[in-house]
Design a binder for this molecule. Structure first.
Ligand code: SF4
Length: 353
């Protein structure tokens, strides 16, 4: 495996341009970009493999390609340790489907106990949740996001290719019983498929302290035709919510991009994630690392910054810190999805959304 990084942004020739940090390397530095946005939140993909065939992402299922092996636990430990020293306190473990990794529980346990990390979250399709909810909570997961694109079993099967809605909902019930810190259900908003299902999800959260988030379908490298047919603006949901007396909440520090709504008659909340809405990226607060160790400054960015060559020994941590800080200068103000620019991302499984 060639660990020498390809040419980095801003690099002219020869050895990568990692500007030495003139601050003592053990003094945490806050990761801030030139738009004064801070990045306390890292989304770390631990695998690009997924066992589902969601029609908006991997309609033909996952096909192993000639990619390098995924990061080892030692490489993940070094990576997260350095990000924590750079002020990151929230880690979201993503995939593909992260729980397909055989050592997933060990990864949770390791990441959740790295100094500085106070929130360990993960996003899952839920297929292993019922059997593992207790184990993952014991290992250190506090925040759970589960993808449930329909509460109708037949429609769920059509969207995901799997007839597993019942066991996934049972896994969510188990997680509620266990008292996870935060449980959210992600719903990719699909025109003429689930855009009329708001009442079903409202019933679902009437007695459950769960946040259901409707996420606008995003264009990626591989789904243009599907995107054109199924993209629906989240505005339809916002209009319906306001009409029924739901109130928009103030966004908390470190929170994701969702705009949340609550209603006194419901224990749960409804969130809207609208990447196509104006100013969506003003509050960007997250960075991503792929399962093979590339830093992504934006989900739809057109640069991948290799970090793996600096994850091979603890002595390299100061250099890794410098590279992350230096490269953050290349972060753009926003995505350019409105111009149809989807960057490097062929599908959401590639970087875990
Ligand atoms: S699209 Fe890119 S810039 Fe915008 S919020 Fe997401 S990661 Fe940040």
């Amino acid at each position: 495996m060639n660990l020498n990084p390809a040419r980095l942004p801003g690099q002219k020739s020869g050895k990568p341009v990692d500007k030495p940090v003139d601050k003592p390397v053990n003094k945490p530095v806050r990761l801030t970009d030139k738009y004064h946005r801070e990045f306390p939140y890292l989304r770390l993909s631990v695998t690009d493999v997924c066992n589902f065939r969601c029609e908006y992402c991997l309609p033909n299922g996952y096909h192993r390609s000639h990619r390098p092996a995924v990061l080892t636990r030692e490489e993940i430990r070094r990576l997260v340790t350095v990000f924590a020293e750079l002020g990151v306190w929230k880690i979201r473990l993503t995939g593909g489907e992260p729980s397909v990794r055989k050592d997933f529980t060990e990864i949770i346990d390791m990441v959740a106990h790295i100094p500085g990390i106070t929130t360990t979250a993960f996003t899952t399709n839920g297929y292993r949740l019922l059997a593992n909810a207790q184990k993952w909570q014991d290992a250190g997961v506090t925040n759970l996001n589960i993808s449930v694109d329909s509460l109708d079993p037949a429609r769920f099967k059509k969207i995901t290719g799997h007839d597993r809605l019942t066991e996934i909902l049972a896994g969510i019930e188990k997680s509620l019983e266990l008292g996870y810190g935060s449980i959210k259900v992600n719903v990719v908003l699909l025109k003429d498929i689930n855009d009329s299902s708001l009442p079903d999800y409202m019933d679902y959260i009437r007695e459950r302290p769960i946040t259901v988030r409707f996420i606008e379908l995003m264009q990626t490298g591989d789904n243009l035709a599907y995107f054109r047919e199924r993209h629906q603006s989240a505005q339809v949901m916002r209009t319906a919510l306001v009409k029924q007396g739901w109130t928009e909440n103030i966004r908390r520090n470190g929170a994701g991009p969702a705009v949340d709504f609550t209603h006194p008659d419901y224990q749960g909340a409804i969130g809207l994630i609208a990447p196509y809405s104006k100013d969506f990226c003003l509050a960007c607060n997250r960075l991503r690392v792929t399962a093979t160790g590339d830093l992504r400054l934006c989900l739809f960015g057109d640069i991948g910054i290799p970090l793996r060559d600096l994850l091979q020994s603890d002595d390299q941590m100061p250099e890794l810190k410098s590279r992350i800080i230096t490269q953050l200068e290349h972060k753009k103000s926003s995505h350019f999805l409105a111009q149809g620019k989807t960057g490097l991302i062929p599908n959401l499984s590639a970087t875990g959304g």
